[in-house]
Design a protein around this ligand. Structure first.
Ligand SMILES: Nc1ncnc2c1ncn2[C@@H]1O[C@H](COP(=O)(O)OP(=O)(O)OP(=O)(O)O)[C@@H](O)[C@H]1O
Ligand SMILES: [Mg+2]
Length: 256
């Protein structure tokens, strides 16, 4: 079953076409990789899916629902969560508070209800705390829940972004270069974590330059260059594809 479908999605920034009529489907329950050279449009594809940028043209369907034009909060409400290439945390808040920010889609409290502390709001906050703690535990960060986010190491900050995304019980998780800046051991742990996320029934769509990681954990890979799809298939097919080798893989170091 297809969970996410991109049909002819296009994004122009002035005279630059960053994403150029891309068709792509992510099947439910899979780990799907999106790869390509620097500047090929990968992050822009994620920004289009998650409603950060409006599309120039094309349609996006999630779980059978047309979500084209949905703003970011509404896309998240539908069960789609992400992490960012450049880490985006509230550094003065605690690790736990950052993780709680991912639970918005599970809540109904507005500002007024929260201010007057209605009993159901207090119950809701306890529930969110529990969800966030469970997500921190899942990524191995529950021990630092009360630390300020700025105090934890860089690799842990990346995991905190994953925990924040997981705290809202997403159906689809988008990871933009999750292994960036991680050392070998951290990358291996991240790979095991992504496998566990999929085992929980969450579909994973990820952008990554670490080719060893991509080839090992992804079932499907789509390759883009200059905003266009130039290859698609299982890892072995993609690695043997001449167009892909010429445009990207020949320059990549396949180690991790
Ligand atoms: N907000 C923006 N305004 C103008 N141009 C943009 C904007 N965002 C991205 N671009 C351009 O779109 C193209 C694709 O950028 P994008 O960030 O999607 O690439 P990428 O594949 O994620 O690259 P990398 O591997 O380096 O992260 C680039 O030429 C980039 O400069
Ligand atoms: Mg990018």
């Amino acid at each position: 079953m297809t969970l996410l479908t991109l049909q002819q999605i296009t994004k122009n920034f002035g005279g630059l076409t960053a994403v150029d009529h891309i068709d792509l489907s992510v099947e439910k329950g899979t780990i799907h990789g999106l790869i390509g050279p620097n500047g090929s449009g990968k992050t822009t594809v994620f920004n289009l899916i998650t409603g950060i940028y409006p599309l120039t043209s094309g349609t996006i369907t999630f779980n059978g629902m047309d979500i084209t034009g949905y703003p970011a909060f509404k896309v998240n409400q539908k069960g789609l969560a992400r992490t960012f290439q450049e880490i985006q945390l509230f550094y003065d808040m605690t690790v736990l508070e950052n993780a709680m920010m991912g639970c918005q889609r599970l809540t109904r409290a507005g500002a007024v209800a929260a201010l007057v502390k209605l009993p159901w709001v207090t119950r809701e906050e306890a529930f969110i705390r529990e969800k966030a703690m469970a997500a921190l535990d899942f990524v191995g960060l529950s021990g630092t829940a009360e630390e300020a986010a700025r105090k934890i190491p860089y690799g842990h900050q990346r995991l905190l972004e994953v925990a924040r995304a997981l705290a809202g019980d997403p159906e689809l998780l988008l990871l933009d270069e999750p292994a960036a800046g991680m050392n070998h051991a951290e990358t291996r742990e991240l790979m095991a974590l992504i496998a566990r996320i999929r085992e929980m029934g969450i579909t994973v769509f990820l952008v990554e330059h670490n080719m060893k990681m991509v080839m090992e954990i992804c079932e499907w890979i789509t390759v883009i260059n200059y905003g266009q799809v130039i290859g698609h298939g299982k890892p072995a097919q993609v690695q043997a594809d001449e167009n892909v080798i010429n445009a990207y893989l020949s320059g990549e170091n396949i180690t991790c």
